[in-house]
Design a protein around this ligand. Structure first.
Ligand code: NDP
Length: 282
C-alpha cells in the first residue's frame, strides 16, 4: 500500500523556509520581496487563485499587490501596466493570471514581463534557460513536483520517468526538470499509441492530462512513485485526479492525493521564485 505524499505539509514547509529567508533579507539588507499579481476582469476561478496567492505572499512576509484592470482593457494598455511593473524596483515578481480575455494575446503579455521578474517561469527566455539547463525561475507546478520527489527520498537519477501531458506549463517543463535530474524520460500525449505500456515501465509517473482517472491503477509498476497533477471537477463538485487513486495506491510506493497533493505546492513554489528574484536582483 503506497504512502500518501502530503502536499499540504510540504507546501507549508516551503512557505516556512521562504518566510525565514525573508526575515533574514529584511534584517541584513533591508529588502522586502514584492509580488504583483495582474488579474484582468472577473473570471471567478482566477479570483480564487489570486486570493490564494496574495494570502500566501502576505503570510511569508512579502509586499503583495494586485493590479485588477477591467476586462475591457486593451492589449496596449495592459502592456503599459506590465511595463510600469517592470520599472518598479519594489516589484520583484510579476504574475499575470491566466486566462486573459480573448481579445488579448496572452503570449505577447507574458513575453513583455521582464524575465528576471517572471514569477511563473513562463517567459520564453526562461523556458529556453530550462531547456538549456541554465538557472532561472522554473514553472511552479513541475518545480513543486520535484520538491515532493525530494521530500520522499526519490532521486530521479537513473530512474525511468513517464510524464503524461505535454503542456507548456506542466508536462513539458516537468519532463525537462526530470531530465535535468538525470531520469530517463518519456513524454506521452494524446497521440501516444499505448499509454498503458509506457506507464507500466515507469519508476516515476507524473500525470498532467486533465482527464479524470485516465491512468489506471493496474498500469502502475509495483513500487513506482505516482504524482497526480490533474484537477478534474466532477459533477458532484468534488475534485478528482488523473490517476485511478485507490487501485494505483495498491501498487505504488508513494502517491499524491487529489486534492492535497501537488495543488498546494504550486503557490508555495511561486513564493520561492519571487524570493529568488528578489535575492538575485536587489
Ligand atoms: P492541457 O490541457 O494544456 O494539456 C493536457 C495534455 O494532456 C496535452 O499535452 C494532451 O496531449 C494530453 N492528453 C490529453 N488527452 C490525452 C490522452 N487521452 N492520452 C494522453 N495524453 C492526453 O492541461 P494542463 O497541462 O494545463 O493541465 C493538466 C491537468 O493538470 C489539468 O487537470 C489541470 O487542471 C491540472 N493542473 C494542476 C495544477 C496544480 O496546481 N495542481 C496546475 C496546472 C494544471 P496533446 O498535447 O497531444 O493535446
Amino acid at each position: 500500500m503506497g504512502q500518501l505524499i502530503d502536499g499540504k505539509a510540504v507546501a507549508a514547509r516551503v512557505r516556512a523556509e521562504v518566510k525565514a529567508e525573508v526575515e533574514r533579507l529584511k534584517a541584513e539588507r533591508g529588502l522586502v520581496p514584492g509580488l504583483t499579481v495582474v488579474r484582468v476582469g472577473e473570471d471567478p476561478a482566477s479570483k480564487i487563485y489570486v486570493n490564494g496567492k496574495k494570502k500566501a505572499a502576505e503570510e511569508v512576509g512579502f509586499n503583495s499587490w494586485e493590479e485588477h484592470p477591467d476586462a475591457s482593457i486593451t492589449e496596449e494598455e495592459l502592456l503599459s501596466v506590465v511595463e510600469k511593473l517592470n520599472e518598479d524596483p519594489a516589484v520583484h515578481g510579476i504574475l499575470v493570471q491566466l486566462p486573459l480575455p480573448k481579445h488579448i494575446n496572452a503570449e505577447r503579455i507574458i513575453s513583455a514581463v521582464r524575465p528576471e521578474k517572471d514569477a511563473d517561469g513562463f517567459h520564453p527566455l526562461n523556458a529556453g534557460n530550462l531547456s538549456l539547463g541554465k538557472p532561472g525561475p522554473r514553472p511552479c507546478t513541475p518545480y513543486g513536483v520535484m520538491r515532493l520527489l525530494r521530500e520522499v527520498g526519490c532521486n530521479p537519477e537513473g530512474k525511468k520517468a513517464v510524464v503524461v501531458g505535454r503542456s507548456n506549463i506542466v508536462g513539458k517543463p516537468m519532463a525537462l526538470l526530470l531530465l535535468e535530474a538525470n531520469a530517463t524520460v518519456t513524454l506521452c500525449h494524446s497521440k501516444t499509441p499505448d499509454l498503458a505500456a509506457e506507464v507500466a515501465q515507469a519508476d516515476i509517473v507524473v500525470a498532467a492530462v486533465g482527464v479524470a482517472e485516465i491512468i489506471k491503477g493496474a498500469w502502475i509498476k509495483p513500487g513506482a512513485v505516482v504524482i497526480d497533477v490533474g484537477m478534474n471537477r466532477m459533477p458532484d463538485g468534488k475534485l478528482k485526479g488523473d490517476v485511478e487513486f485507490a487501485a494505483a495506491q495498491e501498487r505504488a510506493s508513494f502517491i499524491t492525493p487529489v486534492p492535497g497533493g501537488v495543488g498546494p505546492m504550486t503557490i508555495a513554489m511561486l513564493m520561492r521564485n519571487t524570493l529568488d528574484a528578489a535575492k538575485g536582483r536587489d
